[in-house]
Design a protein around this ligand. Structure first.
Ligand code: TYM
Length: 334
């Protein structure tokens, strides 16, 4: 098993990232057997598709790396690095640019959402973003890619690119990666709108719980989280057309490692006035220790930098043979 996944080092890690992806990274790392490798990276090159403040780039990368370490990524067992330090990602992305089709990229919902009506004014990087993402996983022959549900389409594209490359150049080079989407928390929604995903780019900080939020702030955000006046139903079917209620039950279930059905069996009939304080205790119990580890880690940023540089060196040696094989398949090695 070869596990590969990435996260953009922009803004703070939020509960959606944690429950939808990072918790699974740690679980997969902890379940590794001999011969398995996990690679996790800060997608700093992908972050260039948004406006860049050069002075903040390095600090953001170190802070996100420290957050992953605080969440349980162990650099003795997993390879943790930043994408920009492993040139093979960019080199393979260019080679795959000959394989990927404009029509495929035009269908990406993230591109359509982010570009809106102003496609002509977007950076080329925002459009070709999923090709770099394909290179990120294909360069390591990833078998499993733990992500939230919003990345599924990008992973399907990576499979299409891999299959077309293998066919076009008559090679059996790229492994087709499987997205691994957490069944417990495929998609965590905004606390202000149960139909929009919890996101770093939402202008309202009240829409998300950040991993750095204090206990009081977590309590305040959950107290103000949008709900409806009905009590909790006794089965998940009763959450239909109640997106905010469903979201809080999903968060409760994912935090407590139980199914929504179990949570509802226990809390059926309760109003949100009673449910929210229990949810708050649960969120604080999970997040406070992460926040404390993160604060301690940020007192020694240089050590985090060393972890990333060591990780990049290991990643470079794992990526090299696949990049070489791709160049050979195309006839670029003279
Ligand atoms: P990013 O940085 O937006 O998010 C990191 C991870 O968090 C998941 N996620 C969520 N899961 C559930 N509910 C939510 N509200 C939520 N918000 C975010 C994302 O699905 C993701 O798994 N393009 C990627 C980064 C990337 C990548 C890769 C991922 C670059 N190369 C290669 C996997 C493999 C991104 O922007 O994720």
């Amino acid at each position: 098993m070869r596990v590969v996944s990435g996260i953009q080092p922009t803004g703070n890690l939020h509960l959606g990232n944690y429950l939808g992806a990072i918790k699974n990274w740690v679980a997969m790392q902890d379940a590794m057997a001999g011969g398995d490798t996990c690679l996790f990276f800060l997608a700093d090159l992908h972050a260039l598709t948004q406006p860049v403040v050069a002075a903040d780039m390095a600090a953001n990368t170190i802070e996100m790396a420290a957050t992953l370490l605080a969440c349980g990524i162990d650099p003795d067992r997993s390879i943790l690095f930043n994408q920009a330090r492993v040139a093979a990602h960019s080199e393979l992305a260019w080679l795959l640019g000959g394989t990927a089709r404009v029509g495929w990229l035009n269908r990406m919902t993230q591109w359509k959402d982010k570009a809106g009506k102003n496609r002509e004014g977007q950076s080329i990087g925002l459009f070709t973003y999923p090709v770099l993402q394909a290179a990120d996983v294909l360069v390591y022959q990833a078998t499993h890619v733990p992500v939230g549900d919003d990345q599924k389409q990008h992973l399907e594209l990576a499979r299409d690119i891999a299959a077309k490359f293998n066919t076009d150049f008559a090679v059996d080079l790229f492994t087709l990666p499987e997205p691994y989407i957490s069944p417990a928390a495929p998609r965590i929604m905004s606390l202000r709108d149960g139909t929009a995903k919890m996101s770093k780019s939402d202008p309202s900080d009240a829409s998300r719980i950040n991993l750095v939020d204090s206990d009081d702030l977590i309590a305040q955000k959950l107290k103000r989280a949008k709900t409806d006046p009905e009590p909790l139903p006794d089965t998940p079917a009763g959450l239909e057309n109640r997106p905010e209620a469903r979201n809080l039950v999903t968060i409760f279930a994912a935090l407590s490692g139980r199914t929504p059905a179990d949570v509802l069996r226990e809390h059926a009939g309760q109003g949100f006035g009673a449910f929210k304080p229990v949810l708050t205790d649960l969120a604080v119990a999970t997040l406070a220790p992460i926040r404390e580890r993160l604060t301690a880690m940020l007192t020694d940023r240089e050590s985090v930098g060393v972890v990333l540089r060591n990780g990049a060196e290991k990643a470079r040696s794992l990526a090299a043979p696949t990049l070489l094989a791709a160049q050979q398949a195309i006839g670029l090695q003279v």
